[in-house]
Every structure is written in C-alpha cells, then in structure tokens.
Design a protein. Structure first.
Length: 439
C-alpha cells in the first residue's frame, strides 16, 4: 500500500500552508486555562464526502503542538485504504504504517472506500448510498497506537471530529456536538482521543430526546421503515428499568437506522448501535433487537472468551423481560417467548465454548430465565438475577463464566455450581412444565 505521489510542488506547498494555518488556529484557540493546567496538543480528524463520489471518504488528520509525540503506529484492517500521504516519515510493514511526524505540526491524509461487506451474503456493515452513508469509526480510522518521547511531560490531546459534506447533508455521531458538522472527541482514559461509534450521514432525519437523564438521538436514513416516535416511547418505559439493573447510563445514545443493503440485524458500538430499518421494534419471537443492542451499549462489563454466552444471554433475556415489566408484553406473550427460546435453542453443547448462533441467541437467554427462577425459589423471592447483574456491573470487571457463577452464588447465598454444570457446561435444556410470568 505505497503512498501515491503528489500532483505537483506548487499544490503541495499551498496545501501545506493551509494545513499549517488550520492547525495553528485550532491550537491557539484552546482555552488559556486548559493550556496552562497541563500540556495539550490538538488533533482535528476531518472526514470529507463528495457528492459525486459518496463511496469514498477523504480523511485528514491535522495536528499541532505534538512535541511530545515520537511516532504513530497505524494498523489498517483491510485493503480499503489508499492514497496515504503525510508529513514526516511513513514506513509500511504490510498493512501497518509507522508514522514519524518529525515536528510539532503534522498532517496525514488518506482515502478509504466506505463499502465493507459483512459475510455471509451481499450485505454491508458499512455502506454508502447516493443520499446517505452508514458507517462507524473503526471502518474509517485505523487502529491507532501512539508513542511519546521518553522523559517528556505527560500531555493530553484536545480532539475534534469534523465532517465536510455535500450541501443538504446532515450528520449524526456518538459524540458531543460542537457545531452542525463538528464534534468533540473524548476518551478520558487515553492520551490521544480517537473517534468512536457509529455515524450516519446524508439526507437523514434526526430525533432527539432526554430519557431518564440519557440523551437519545435516533438517526434514520431514507428508505428505513423505523418509526422513531414508537422507539422513543419504548425507551421511555424501559430505560429507567435498565438503569435500575446496570447503573448509570452511558453519556449518550445514538441509534442508527438504515435500509438494505445494510446487514440484517443489529451491531453495537461505543455509545451507539445500528439496526437495519426492516427490523421491527418487537420481533416475532417477542424479543426486541433495540433493547438487546441497548443492553450491549450500556453494559459496564466486557466478556472474556468464555463469557460471550453470558453477555448475549443477558441482552436477549432482558430484551424480553423489560418489555413485560414495562407493561408492553402480556404474561402469555412473555411465556411464549420463553418457550421459543427452548424450541430454537441448540442443546447438548457447552455454552461457555460454543459460538453457534442458536446457542447464544436462544439457549443462553433461556438459561438466564432459569437462573432467575431458581434464585427466586431458593431465596423466597428476595433475590433475583437482577441482583447478580447489579453486582457484576458494580465491579466493572471482565465477564467470565466463573465470575458470573460467583456473583450468582454470593447473591443467592447458595451454590449454583450443579445448575451450571447441567445447563451451562452440559447444555441440558431446563424443564418448562410450569412457566411463571414473574421476571
């Protein structure tokens, strides 16, 4: 992936002057108090989409005050990125670029093809149509690793994400908005703030509302069948219930809805998720993709290799249970959803090891229902699965089968190891002779 040659010395010089002026302005306009409190360098990530070529994003990084930065290691995940140029030195190792800016002011530019197929089938998890673009930061920006000079004062970036779009286009991003097409990029735990989450660009509709302290934006591309008002009504009833289980909400939520040929399902990202516009608020099996993905965005724990069944099982089970608790699902419909988990689950497999969709999407949520039922039984209704999940959420730890079992045991003050051995490791389907709608 060698960088393309520049078109001419004059154009390079003019571009360099414009870039230098832009980054200097971005740096000098930092609040004086912020600059005095700690060393800060500025980064503008600029994403440009042209009307005649919406399938490609022209991306520029403009950096100022990066004296403490020694180099960047950028890993491009696939072959969609071309025309990589920049100041300083660029050294390629396959798809990994070692970029040494070589000065306090620097720039990097590249072009990325937005379309990215998601197998199987002819669908995409990043796609550009004539009037809209649905993508996420990890499909536009490489994996970014930064090395600072030894012995330098600890510095922190002040970053912005700027979109340059065709006239009439709008943007929705999972970040604080500074202006119509400009967003603050914030990663408190990182010295270099990186863009994150989903983006929807184009002739889109945006609907916003604050629900129980959570700012919610629903962005809809042309051709999507999603009714944002109905989704907001669902969240009004269920967001407070989810907060009582998982704790404080994320700082914001962006829901991106776009039609075919986007992937037929839901995909969560940082403070955001995508759902294909054909997906109804309630699926035929009575679950809700919009609650499932909300759970993933909100959950304050990350699963380990053997914890994926827990994360998926909780998200799918609560997508059913929250509707029931909110009065949007009858006892009969809730019971039917539980029985469908049993019917379409994959049994006789170790849930902590399998990646089979039927096991994760049906067997795992049924096991969550069974754990909840057994916790209520042995504690006389004083403890439930909610209490175990609250304990996990308060720990902010990596989620594993062992840590989940410990949380259940502590919460119920009983040893659930035999239950896990039968239903998690051996994959036995729990008995469904008497289903109670309590959940």
């Amino acid at each position: 992936m060698p960088p393309d040659p520049a078109s001419g010395a004059a154009s390079r010089a003019a571009a360099a002057l414009r870039i230098r002026a832009a980054v200097v302005m971005a740096f000098v306009t930092l609040p004086v108090a912020a600059r005095a409190a700690a060393p800060t360098f500025s980064v503008d990530y600029v994403v440009a989409i042209r009307r005649g070529d919406p399938g490609h994003a022209r991306v520029r990084w403009l950096l100022a005050g990066i004296d403490e930065v020694a180099s960047f290691r950028l890993v491009f995940r696939d072959g969609r990125t071309t025309r990589v140029t920049g100041s300083g030195t660029l050294v390629w190792h396959d798809r990994t670029l070692l970029w040494t800016p070589g000065g306090p002011y620097a720039h990097l530019a590249y072009t990325v093809a937005i379309d990215r197929p998601r197998p199987p089938g002819a669908h995409f998890d990043s796609h550009a149509d004539r009037d809209w673009v649905a993508t996420r930061a990890l499909h536009i920006f490489p994996e970014i690793n930064v090395s600072f000079r030894p012995g330098t004062v600890r510095a922190k970036s002040r970053a912005r994400l700027v979109f340059r779009l065709p006239r009439g286009w709008r943007v929705a991003a999972a970040a604080p908005r500074l202006a119509d097409d400009t967003f603050a990029v914030e990663e408190p735990a990182k010295r270099l703030d990186r863009p994150r989450g989903w983006f929807l660009l184009g002739r889109i509709a945006r609907h916003t509302r604050v629900i129980a302290g959570l700012p919610v934006t629903i962005a809809v591309a042309p051709g999507s069948a999603l009714d944002p008002r109905r989704l907001l009504r669902l969240y009004v009833r269920t967001v407070p219930l989810l907060e009582s289980i998982l704790g404080p909400p994320p700082p914001r939520l962006l829901v991106v809805s776009a039609p075919d040929p986007m992937w037929h399902g839901g995909l969560s990202g940082e403070d955001s998720f995508f759902v294909n516009g054909r997906i109804p608020l309630r699926s035929p099996d009575k679950t809700s993709t919009y609650l499932h993905e909300l759970f993933h965005v909100w959950q304050p724990f990350r699963p380990k290799g053997d914890g994926r069944w827990i994360s998926e099982g909780l998200a799918e089970y609560y997508s059913l249970a929250l509707q029931h608790r909110a009065g949007r699902l009858s006892d009969r419909s809730f019971d039917r959803g539980i029985r469908l988990f049993a019917r379409y689950g994959r049994w006789g497999v170790d849930l902590s090891r399998t990646r089979h969709p039927a096991a994760l999407n049906n067997s795992a949520p049924l096991i969550m229902w069974w754990i909840d039922r057994e916790m209520r039984r042995v504690t006389g209704g004083r403890r439930t699965l909610d209490d175990a999940v609250r304990a996990l959420a308060s720990e902010h730890a990596r989620l594993s089968t062992a840590s989940f079992l410990r949380a259940v045991n502590r919460t119920a003050d009983r040893d659930f190891t035999p239950l896990f051995r039968r239903h998690v490791y051996r994959g036995e389907c729990p008995p469904l002779a008497t289903i109670s709608a309590a959940n």
